[in-house]
Design a protein around this ligand. Sequence first.
Ligand SMILES: [Zn+2]
Ligand SMILES: [Zn+2]
Length: 343
Amino acid sequence: MIQSTLSTDLITSDILPVKLQRKPSPHTYLDKRVTKPQRGTKRTRSQRARERLQTKEHLAGLARELHEGELADKIDRCHSRLSVLTCGRHVARIIPNFTCEFRLCPDCGRRRSRKLQTKYLPPMKAFMLHNKVTPVHLVLTQTHRKETRKQAIKRVRDSFTKLQRRIFWKNHFKGGTWSLEITKDKKGFHHAHLHIVGFRRKFFDIELLRSEWLAATGDSHVLHLKPIEDIAAGLREVVKYVSKPLDIRRFGADDLKEFLGLKNMRLFGTFGEFRDFCKDFEPSDNDDAMSELESLTRDLVEGCACPQCSAPLFDLRLSKSELPQFYEQIESSPPGKVGASWN
Ligand SMILES: [Zn+2]
Ligand SMILES: [Zn+2]
């Protein structure tokens, strides 16, 4: 069952630091009542790598508590040994020894959300061009109730289905994508949110959308809407919930047990006319930015020039615990000084 060396982990963000400066827009509506989505403070790459490691250790521990030894072993083995193609200052590519494909694994989640970006960015760009629609990031929330995670998910998705049937929605939105984020608060309530990239046909008063959402949910008008300036960044922001749909640090064995019982829980989907558009969409060679990036890194081997600094790349074999240390060393070293001690 080892998928081993065939799975290539392309660290897109390591190659091109695509930090997009979002200009403040006069049309940004911020609803302060909405809990800020998982944005957190800015963490370094080494911190993020270390957090992924801790999350996986936590998950494997919970799996063992539930006597799910096979799952725990898979999580332990996933990305446990890495082949890192690096110039010493930049990481061009990481190839893991094994990927567990467990839906809560943060390493596999990252791969999954990158795949979704590669798949959906080209049709999104084409859809916007053909239909003259503008993308917005919409967060739909619901009131807290004492219910199971499954019930909370079903409730928010049912409400969204109702919203899509309403005339107002049909007049103003031409489809898009959704992803699901589920959190659990200290009191044990499950909060399910939908993060939507919606293609807006025309401008509208946000209060009208609030009352439509209230009509669909019966008791919640709380939502958050902001224009997306850059569709690649907007899509990335939404698909990140596919890589971390749940706050696993707050997870106990019971939570994992409940999650394992949620068969086929979808975390991402398309809706409206965009859904049909995707079915027929055939990417052309020139509008696929992600593929361009992928082809830039896919064929890289030892000795090739680093895409960022042109220094020769070398292959570094690291264990999972060494990766955060390696990133740390890159982060703390003056330019050009890293790599030697790892070689
Ligand atoms: Zn994994
Ligand atoms: Zn470099």
